[in-house]
Design a protein around this ligand. Structure first.
Ligand SMILES: C[C@H](c1ccccc1)n1cc(-c2ncnc(N)c2C#N)cn1
Length: 297
C-alpha cells in the first residue's frame, strides 16, 4: 500500500480500546482508562511505501530497544511510558503511555550529514538555518551536533525542515530552547553509547510532549532504526550514501532487477522474498543485541 494510505492494524484488542491513529509502522489506541497504547507493528517502510511483507518480531525488537533507551535517558528527561503490561495480542510490542500535549515539532538532531540535511546543505551551505563549513560530503561528521527541526507532515508526506526561529514562533522561546537542549543532550549520549558498540548514530528524530504542569516529556519511540539512522562504524566512508544498518537488504533487493519493481513508477512494491525478510529480521536482532548487550528472546 502506498505511504499515503494508513494501514489497518493487524491485531485485535479487547473491548474498550479505541483506535486513534496509524502511522506507516506504528498504531495508537486509547485505553479503557484513557491512557494511550503505543503499538509497534511488524510493518516496514522503504522508499516512502509500507511494504506488503512484515518483518517478524520487528515491533517487539524496536519496542525493547525504545524501553532500553528510555531507561538510559531517564536522568536527562522523563518519558511517557507507564507500563509494558499490555494485552496479549500486542505482547512485547506495545507500551501504555501518558497522554501528553504533543509539541508540533519533529525534534531532529544530527551528528552526521545525510538525507534532507545534505540536500539543504548542498543548496545553501546550511541546514535549518544552521551554517556549516564548506566541503562537507554525504556522511561527513559534523563539527558539532546540530538541532534540525521539522514540521510534522501528514501521512505520506515528507516532514519539512524549519529553522529554530520558526519553532520559537510556533511554541515560544523558552520551550523551543528546552526542546533544542534536550534533543541534542539525548542524541549526544546515545551517539556515545552507540559508538562504544561499533555503531554510528548519524541522526535521530524525537517527539516531546508536556504534562499539564508544563513538564517536558520524551514521547513516541526513541532511538530505534525507524526513528534514527544507524550505520556500521567499520564501513563508514564519507562521500557516498552509507549502508543502512537495518534496511540495506530491503533497499538493495527492491532496487535490483530481481524485484521487477521501478521505485519511480508510482506502482506499489512487491512482496519481499523470504531470505530478505530473514536477513532484515537478523539485522534488527543484531542492532538490539549490540546496543543492549542482551539476547533478544
Ligand atoms: C506521532 C505519534 C504516533 C504514534 C503512534 C502511531 C502514529 C503516530 N504520536 C504520538 C502521540 C502522542 N500523543 C499524546 N501523548 C503521547 N504520549 C503520544 C505519544 N507517543 C500522538 N501521535
Amino acid at each position: 500500500m502506498s505511504s499515503a494510505v494508513a494501514p489497518t492494524p493487524e491485531y485485535e484488542l479487547p473491548e474498550g480500546y479505541t483506535h486513534i491513529y496509524s502511522g506507516k509502522v506504528r498504531d495508537l489506541y486509547k485505553t479503557p482508562d484513557d491512557r494511550l497504547l503505543f503499538v509497534a507493528s511488524d510493518r516496514i517502510s522503504a522508499y516512502d511505501w509500507v511494504l506488503p511483507t512484515p518483518i517478524p518480531d520487528k515491533g517487539r525488537i524496536l519496542t525493547a530497544m525504545s524501553i532500553w533507551w528510555f531507561d538510559r535517558l531517564s536522568d536527562l528527561v522523563p518519558n511517557h511510558v507507564i507500563t509494558t503490561n499490555v494485552p496479549d495480542s500486542v505482547a512485547r510490542r506495545a507500551m501504555v503511555c501518558h497522554r501528553l500535549d504533543m509539541f508540533p515539532v519533529e525534534c531532529v538532531a544530527r551528528g552526521y550529514l545525510t538525507g534532507s540535511g545534505l540536500t539543504e546543505y548542498q543548496a545553501q551551505k546550511s541546514v535549518c538555518g544552521v551554517n556549516l563549513p564548506p566541503g562537507l560530503k554525504d556522511g561527513s561528521k559534523l563539527p558539532k551536533t546540530i538541532f534540525t527541526p521539522a514540521t510534522k507532515a501528514e501521512l505520506g508526506e515528507h516532514d519539512e525542515n524549519v529553522t529554530f526561529d520558526e519553532v520559537v514562533a510556533a511554541i515560544g522561546q523558552d520551550e523551543a530552547q528546552q526542546l533544542r537542549r534536550l534533543t541534542t543532550l539525548v542524541y549526544d549520549r546515545a551517539a556515545s553509547i552507540a559508538a562504544e558498540r561499533g555503531l554510528i548514530l548519524a541522526d535521530t528524530k524525537l517527539e516531546f510532549g508536556s504534562r499539564p504542569d508544563g513538564t517536558i516529556v520524551l514521547a513516541d519511540e526513541v532511538l530505534t532504526p525507524d526513528s534514527s539512522r544507524y550505520w556500521p562504524a567499520d564501513e563508514w566512508e564519507p562521500g557516498h550514501a552509507q549502508p543502512s544498518f537495518d534496511k540495506q537488504y530491503v533497499r538493495d533487493w527492491l532496487t535490483s532487477p530481481a524485484s521487477g519493481w521501478d521505485r519511480h513508477s508510482g506502482e506499489a512494491p512487491p512482496a519481499l522474498p523470504d531470505d530478505v525478510v530473514e536477513k532484515t529480521r537478523a539485522k534488527y536482532v543484531e542492532a538490539y543485541e549490540r546496543l543492549t548487550g542482551k539476547r533478544f528472546a
